[in-house]
Design a protein around this ligand. Structure first.
Ligand code: CAA
Length: 240
C-alpha cells in the first residue's frame, strides 16, 4: 500500500511543489493550508491532492486535523513540516506580536505537527520527518530575528528527533532552502531582492521543484541511514 505523506503549507509555494513531487512518486498526499481557500480548491482541482485547513500554530486543531487525515487516508508515514510565515522588521522595530506570530507558526507549528504522529510512527517502526528550515536559520538575516530563530530551532528539533527516532525506524532531517522563487521571496522589495540575487553565485533564485527533489530523496528508502542531517540547497550562497 502506498505510504501516506502530510505536507503542511502544502498547497502553495515550496509546499505545493513538495506535495506534487510526492504524489508523482506514488505517495498518498494530504496538503494543509491555513487560510487561502481559493488557492487550496484550485490546487486540489489541478492535482487531485486532498487539502485540509487548520492552523499549525494551534495544537488541538493540528491534532484534530491529523486524526481526520488518518481517518481518510490511513496512518501518516511521512511528515513534511513546511508551513511558515515571515514578519520581517529590523529588530528595533520588531513588535512582540511579530515575534510571537512567527514563533507560534514556524517553530511551535513543527511541534504541533510532529507530536501527534510520533506515537504511531514509533509503534509501526517507520517514519520520515522532514522540516523545511532556511538558509537564514544557518546564517541569520537582517530584519529576521524572529524567522531566523525559528529556522535555527528547526535544526535543533531534527537533530534531537533523529536520536529519539533512530531505533524505531524514524528519520528526521532538515532542508535549508536558499532564496527560492515563491510569493514569500517576491514579497521582498524589488531592490532588496535584486541585491540578494547578486549574492547568489548561481546567479538566480532557486525553483520550488529543486527543494521538492531534496524532500523526495530524504523520505525514500534510499535515505534510510541519513538521520539528523541538513541538506542545503542555496546556489552556493552559504556553506555551513
Ligand atoms: N543589511 C544591512 N542593512 C540593511 C539591510 C541588510 N540586508 N537591509 C536593509 N538595511 C538597512 C537599510 O539600508 C536602511 O538603512 P538606513 O536606515 O541607514 O537607510 C535600514 O536598514 C532599513 O530601514 P527601514 O526603515 O527602511 O526598514 P523598514 O522598517 O522599512 O524595513 C525591511 C524594511 C523589512 C528590512 C525590508 O528591507 C525587507 O523586507 N528586507 C528583506 C529582508 C529579507 O531578506 N527577508 C527574507 C525574506 S525571504 C525568506 O525569508 C525565505 C527564506 O527562507 C530565504
Amino acid at each position: 500500500m502506498a505510504r501516506t505523506a502530510l505536507v503542511t503549507g502544502g498547497s502553495r509555494g515550496i509546499g505545493a511543489a513538495i506535495s506534487k513531487a510526492l504524489k508523482a512518486k506514488g505517495y498518498t498526499v494530504a496538503a494543509t493550508y491555513a487560510g487561502n481557500d481559493e488557492a487550496a480548491a484550485k490546487f486540489t482541482r489541478e492535482t487531485g491532492i486532498k487539502t485540509y485547513k487548520w492552523n499549525v500554530a494551534d495544537y488541538d486543531s493540528s491534532k484534530e486535523g491529523i486524526a481526520q487525515v488518518e481517518a481518510d487516508l490511513g496512518p501518516i508515514d511521512i511528515v513534511v513540516a513546511n508551513a511558515g510565515i515571515t514578519r520581517d522588521a529590523p529588530f528595533h522595530k520588531m513588535t512582540p506580536q511579530q515575534w510571537k506570530e512567527v514563533i507560534d507558526t514556524n517553530l511551535t507549528g513543527v511541534f504541533n505537527t510532529v507530536h501527534p504522529v510520533w506515537p504511531g510512527m514509533r509503534e509501526r517502526g517507520f517514519g520520515r520527518i522532514v522540516v523545511i528550515s532556511s538558509i537564514n536559520g544557518q546564517k541569520g538575516q537582517f530584519a529576521q530575528v524572529n524567522y531566523a530563530a525559528t529556522k535555527a530551532g528547526d535544526l535543533g528539533i531534527v537533530k534531537s528527533l533523529a536520536q529519539e527516532g533512530a531505533a524505531k525506524g524514524i528519520t528526521a532531517n532538515a532542508v535549508c532552502p536558499g532564496y527560492i522563487a515563491t510569493e514569500m521571496v517576491m514579497a521582498v522589495p524589488e531592490k532588496v531582492r535584486e541585491s540578494i540575487i547578486g549574492m547568489i553565485p548561481a546567479g538566480r533564485l532557486g525553483e520550488p521543484e529543486e527543494i521538492a527533489r531534496c524532500v523526495t530523496f530524504l523520505v525514500s528508502d534510499d535515505a534510510s541511514f541519513i538521520n539528523g542531517s541538513t541538506i542545503s540547497a542555496n546556489g552556493a550562497q552559504f556553506f555551513v
